[in-house]
Design a protein around this ligand. Structure first.
Ligand code: NAI
Ligand code: MG
Length: 481
């Protein structure tokens, strides 16, 4: 197949205005930390420093929680229809400033502009619109006729979908009448700080949203703050466990969205061309930094060779490189430490006897990169079949019967998502019902919608985000009925 040479089509960065240094956002103002230090945030595609960010201390977190507590009194009393006006306003500003947010996201995260522009940021706006619509209909959320918000919510989010995870957390929390202290991930704080400006622009009452930046230590200060009523976390299973332990025995409500090791199951009657696109989207979208990525391909043995030949051909056409180029399919790995993790797990695949294939692409010299990679000869006990790699690496296993596919699909500590490819509707329904996965896609993959609940089984966490179910997590049944 010919690989067409395209001229570079770079998205302009002139729409973004990155400040040299950022303070914390508390009470609708940017305020300096009491005694926190600053750290640099970089562009992972070039390793160039973009700005300095504040590492918030426990004292800063306490100030933010106090601001949120004070704001909760009036925000929770506001009519739902009035809260909705603010949330709709935020949604519209996000649409207005979509290009700016997308470029900033790509600069700080490394994801292709095509994805931040066409997937992440439109979904961010859609989430705010969706939950704005719920704000005056909370009696239908499923928690009784007169539900009440929990109070001050501490939210900790990861770096793979920085702005989208912010939306998943903040939109339902505000609609339900809670106030928020949110910490973005340390490598990708810039869009959250831009969101802080959007809160100012929307005239959101002071203290309803507070953004504290920093790494794990700042996260711990949120988790352990005694005046927080609910915690919501998305990230690693390791930190999820820590948070579950810290919250145990307190009155804090908790939702956790952790990792996954999704099976993407291809039956012998699957439409192959469509399936190839689905496999690519399943594991190479966002460099595979996706908790619900289709990282384990389960192929029916009879079509294995034909499918793999098509897949290798397709992967050789992926454009890996400058995330700001509109032709780029696969961007930069978000950090040096994530790249090291991917290398380590891929090396374990080699050592345990799997066969590695990598796309023949030229990687840029600066920045963090990993070529689209496929492992065949993978057995279920291999680390690359069990552990989340969180990178552009696909592990391929085979099966003969639907029962074998189901057994293998369910054989991980996780249970977040799965995919099924088949022309046969009855088979799809039967297999889907047996999969221990929160989301099952059929003849598609990585499709998201704000009306659809998302979340996992087992070590993938608990609670749901999105839709009515996502709202439930931010509401309690009223006690005075
Ligand atoms: P992480 O879980 O350490 O980071 C996620 C967030 O938690 C960040 O905001 C971080 O600052 C914060 N955090 C870290 N330690 C904390 C603590 N003790 N208390 C409170 N907050 C804390 O994830 P990391 O180290 O960035 O990635 C490691 C692996 O986790 C990845 O390779 C991937 O497998 C998985 N992961 C899964 C995600 C998902 O969407 N489910 C997202 C990010 C990572
Ligand atoms: Mg970590």
């Amino acid at each position: 197949m010919t690989k067409f040479e395209y001229s570079p089509a770079l998205e302009s960065t002139s729409v973004v205005d990155i400040k040299p240094s950022y303070d914390l956002f508390i009470n609708n103002e940017f305020v300096a930390s009491k005694n926190g230090s600053k750290f640099q945030t970089i562009n992972p595609a070039t390793e160039q420093v973009l700005a300095e960010i504040t590492a918030a201390t426990a004292e800063d977190v306490d100030i933010a929680v106090k601001a949120a507590r004070k704001a909760f009194k009036s925000w929770s009393k506001l009519a739902g229809s009035e809260r909705a006006k603010y949330i709709y306003r935020i949604a519209r500003i996000i649409q207005d400033r979509a290009r700016e947010i997308a470029v900033l996201e790509t600069l700080n995260n490394g994801k292709p502009i095509r994805e931040s522009r066409d997937v992440d940021i439109p979904l961010v706006a859609a989430h705010f619109f969706h939950y704005a619509g719920w704000a005056d209909k909370l009696q239908y959320a499923g928690v009784g006729p007169n539900p009440t918000p929990h109070g001050v919510v501490g939210q900790i989010i990861p770096w793979n979908f920085p702005m989208l995870m912010l939306a998943w957390k903040i939109a339902p929390a505000l609609a339900a009448g809670n106030t928020v202290v949110l910490k973005p991930a340390e490598t990708t704080s810039l869009t959250a700080l831009l969101f802080a400006e959007i809160c100012q622009q929307a005239d959101l009452p002071a203290g309803v949203v507070n953004i504290v930046t920093g790494a794990g230590e700042t996260g711990r200060s949120i988790v352990n703050h005694s005046d927080i009523n609910k915690l919501a976390f998305t990230g690693s299973t390791e930190v999820g466990r820590y948070i579950a332990k810290a919250a145990a025995g307190t009155n804090k409500k908790l939702t956790l969205e952790l990792g996954g090791k999704a099976a993407n199951i291809v039956f012998d009657d699957a439409p192959l061309d469509q399936t190839i696109e689905g496999i690519v989207n399943g594991i190479f979208f966002n460099q595979g930094h996706v908790c619900c990525a289709g990282s384990r391909l389960l192929v029916q043995e009879s079509i294995h060779d034909e499918l793999m030949a098509l897949l290798y051909q397709r992967l050789d056409l992926l454009r890996v490189g400058d995330p700001l180029d509109k032709n780029t399919d696969v961007g930069a790995i978000n950090s040096a430490s994530q790249l090291a993790k991917i290398h380590e797990l891929a090396a374990s695949g080699d050592a345990q006897g799997a066969h590695r294939w990598s796309a023949s692409c030229q990687l840029p010299t600066n920045g963090f990169w990993f070529p689209p990679t496929v492992f065949t000869n993978v057995s279920q006990s291999h680390r690359i079949a069990q552990e989340e790699i969180f990178g552009p690496v696909l592990s391929v296993l085979t099966f003969r019967t639907p029962d074998e596919a189901i057994a293998k699909a369910n054989n991980t500590p996780y249970g977040l998502s799965a995919g099924i490819w088949s022309e046969k509707g009855s088979r799809i329904l039967q297999v889907a019902a047996e999969l221990k996965a929160g989301v099952v896609w059929a003849n598609t993959f990585n499709k998201f919608d704000p009306t659809s609940p998302f979340g996992g089984y087992k070590e993938s966490g608990y609670g749901r985000e999105g839709g009515r179910q996502g709202l439930e997590a931010y509401l309690a049944a009223s006690t005075d009925e």
